[in-house]
Design a binder for this molecule. Structure first.
Ligand code: CP
Ligand code: NVA
Length: 303
């Protein structure tokens, strides 16, 4: 039995395979969730993750059961372990969006069915899959190409960086001090594959040579109290027309990516997200295809 808590729960070959499964016709996957349920527990709000997961479950023949976190009450109403054991008897798979990564790790330790991380404070592996598929579709072969991530080194950038290094990309982070990756984190990520990872405090330096410039909100869910301070600190990390123009490689201008939801006028300007280099809508829609691909993989479907 396999879980998907991190991008690195997959080998490099399996990551490629999941992206191939995401692009396979739905009928080619069979109906690996036929007659089975998938529990979707959300401790935080969601648009893309809930809808893409629900639809992907239906496309695989299963039945999604959405539950708000407060309803289940991890460690309030009953322990995470008790929830995992009971739900494993109803469902073919469990998925959770949580504040603390420990909760998905504990779910996986006690469940007898696969567990999927739908975003934690540590990582957002479902987003990482969609990000890599979107880059593969837009750039072609990824090995040797450069992706820059500008802003807060968070759950989204961690999964993006891990997946990109696995598939041989050069990752350039542009993050302010205190919101950047530690040396240990950079060393850890660099071990996952043939790619490389470097970090720069200056955003224009970070995007040099990048085929893609990716960003995310400066204030993640749960950090709302820090919004004013973060807005001040991250101001010069905005992806605007000038920053995008400082990127690009021999193949042309850089593409723009964002996991969404986006806060226009903060981490990205309206002209960039609406511009002709923006991939955000395809990226968002790829969430459903990659969710289907990884759930099929966890149910044993292989190319
Ligand atoms: N990108 C993403 O996970 O979006 P939601 O928070 O809307 O699910
Ligand atoms: N980093 C963001 C991603 C939202 C999809 C957050 O955790 O809120």
């Amino acid at each position: 039995m396999r879980h998907f808590l991190e991008i690195t729960d997959l080998t490099i070959d399996e990551l490629d395979e999941v992206l191939d499964l995401a692009e396979a016709p739905i009928e080619a996957l069979g109906r690996p969730l036929e007659g089975g349920g998938v529990a979707l527990v959300f401790e935080k709000p969601s648009n893309r993750t809930r809808h893409s997961m629900e639809m992907a479950v239906v496309q695989l023949g299963g039945h999604p059961v959405y539950t708000r976190g407060e309803e289940v009450g991890f460690d309030v109403r009953e322990s995470v372990e008790d929830v995992a054991r009971i739900m494993s008897g109803y469902h073919a798979m469990l998925a959770a969006r949580v504040f603390s990564h420990q909760v998905v790790a504990r779910l996986a330790a006690s469940a007898s069915v696969p567990v999927v991380n739908m975003l934690s404070d540590h990582s957002h592996p479902l987003q990482g899959l969609a990000d890599l598929l979107t880059m593969r579709q837009s750039l072609g072969p990824l090995r040797g190409r450069t992706v820059a991530y500008v802003g807060d080194h968070n759950n989204v950038s961690r999964s993006l960086a891990e997946a990109s290094v696995m598939l041989g990309m050069h990752v350039r982070l542009g993050c302010p001090a205190g919101y950047d990756a530690s040396d240990g984190e950079l060393a850890r990520i660099s071990t996952f594959g043939p790619g490389t990872i470097e970090q720069f405090a200056d955003p224009a330096t970070a995007v040099a040579g990048a085929a893609v410039v990716h960003t995310d909100t400066w204030t993640s869910m749960g950090q709302e109290a820090e919004k004013a301070e973060r807005t001040e600190i991250f101001g010069r990390y905005q992806v605007n027309r000038a920053l995008l123009a400082a990127a690009g490689d021999v193949h042309g201008e850089a593409y723009f990516m964002h996991c969404l939801p986006a806060y226009r006028g903060f981490e990205v300007t309206d002209d960039v997200i609406e511009g002709d280099r923006s991939l955000v809508w395809r990226q968002g829609h790829n969430r459903m295809h990659t969710a289907r691909g990884v759930m099929a993989f966890l149910r044993g479907v292989r190319q």
